[in-house]
Design a protein around this ligand. Structure first.
Ligand code: SF4
Ligand code: SF4
Ligand code: SF4
Length: 380
């Protein structure tokens, strides 16, 4: 139920539908927008620091903007729905390109040809943005997904990407606005992070006046960290403080430590995927201005799905400044085929999981139905 009625405190619904059944992915959006600072998201937990009803008679917002509730989904889709093209597995788009950094060092320092680093670096240099909010793994503990607010291009070049790890980037967006006074921010996150920002836009929250562009990263899943760390320590003797990188290679999760690589069959780790990720049909970020993901089988390129005019202008500016080179996706049809295949499989897996949960009578968050129908253009 949406918490929009007078005299209604939405946190009760959020707690019951999302937090208690384990569907929260710790994006931190609810903390960022709570008007009385009653919510804290830290160490993969959401807690209500005190009872907000002591200060307010009614408040709908944390429920409305949580990416996993059913509220505001159709409205969020409006931000991309004027795009002329649509694909069942990739959503609305204007065009799809292959892109990579023109700087060799940046290409080799990051994944996917260094596209995100070069896009953001170029935009900061050209003063299109004054900062970028991204997810980075901590330098000392790579499995601690820490969001970062980046102000200068050099910070970006040292950025380490943090995939498979929950990270409260929406919370960091709030800090960028309220604590650092940033007003032209590029936000980079996985699809559920971007959805929380789009819902904030749909809610017309003043915080998104500072949002310049959203860049969505492709996402297969995130791990529930405590369980994963216990398992790999017990079964493989891997201590979290020794881990330097987590990656995926065919059917193995590759966990690299200071002592070397460990190839762990993904089937062994599957049970540690977060609940919500099992039911998530987003592979590419369907409501971002730009969606960026790997271009398998090409190593040094990314696939960029341009969904909005704002995304197109942002990308064009980086190309015009010489930071990014692009080519038409049809020059490398295998890259598009691979992307669509992964996206299709993710939707199917999610669909199966949702059906199984419903059949067994277990709770399913209302947000899961987004993406399983095409025509959600009209606000509910
Ligand atoms: S005051 Fe904060 S915790 Fe309470 S309903 Fe509003 S956003 Fe949620
Ligand atoms: S807004 Fe984000 S942190 Fe808050 S309950 Fe929803 S998923 Fe969790
Ligand atoms: S799989 Fe979906 S719910 Fe999980 S982190 Fe990725 S985008 Fe979020």
């Amino acid at each position: 139920m949406s918490g929009t009625q007078n005299g209604h405190i939405a946190f009760d619904d959020l707690e019951r539908e999302i937090i208690a059944p384990g569907y929260c992915t710790f994006c931190g959006a609810c903390e960022a927008i709570c008007p009385v600072h009653a919510i804290k998201v830290e160490n993969n937990k959401v807690v209500q620091a005190y009872d907000c009803s002591e200060h307010l008679d009614s408040c709908p917002i944390c429920y409305e903007i949580c990416p996993h509730t059913g509220a505001l989904l159709s409205q969020a889709l409006q931000f991309v729905a004027d795009a002329p093209l649509w694909g069942e597995n990739i959503g609305y788009y204007r065009k799809i390109l292959l892109a990579r950094s023109t700087d060799e060092a940046t290409r080799h320092a990051g994944k996917g040809g260094g596209v995100i680093a070069s896009l953001l670096t170029s935009a900061i240099k050209d003063k299109l943005i004054d900062s970028a909010v991204v997810s980075q793994s901590g330098a000392e503990r790579p499995l601690d997904g820490k969001p970062s607010i980046i102000n200068v291009p050099d910070d970006l070049l040292s950025a380490v990407d943090a995939r498979f790890i929950p990270s409260p980037v929406a919370q960091a967006f709030g800090q960028a606005v309220y604590e650092h006074g940033k007003s032209r921010i590029a936000f980079v996150g996985v699809p559920c992070h971007v959805m929380s920002l789009r819902k904030l836009e749909a809610f017309q929250h003043k915080i998104v006046d500072s949002l310049k562009v959203t860049i969505g990263l492709s996402c297969l899943w995130a791990f529930s960290m405590q369980g994963l760390l216990r398992f790999i320590c017990y079964e493989y003797g891997i201590e979290s403080q020794d881990i330097t990188e987590v990656d995926l290679e065919e059917d193995n999760q590759v966990i690299t430590t200071v002592y070397g690589e460990n190839r762990i069959p993904f089937s062994e780790l599957k049970s540690h995927i977060m609940n919500r990720c099992r039911t998530c049909g987003h592979f590419t970020s369907h409501v971002a201005d730009l969606s960026v993901g790997g271009a398998t089988p090409l190593k040094d390129w990314s696939v960029v799905i341009v969904r909005t005019k704002a995304g197109e202008e942002f990308l064009d500016a980086a190309v015009a400044s010489g930071a990014i080179s692009v080519k038409d996706i049809h020059a490398e049809p295998k890259a598009l085929e691979h992307l669509e295949k992964i996206a299709r499989h993710k939707r199917k897996d999610a669909s199966r999981e949702i059906a199984a949960l419903r059949k067994s009578g277990r709770p399913v968050p209302a947000g899961v139905d987004f993406l399983f129908t095409r025509d959600r253009k009209d606000p509910a």
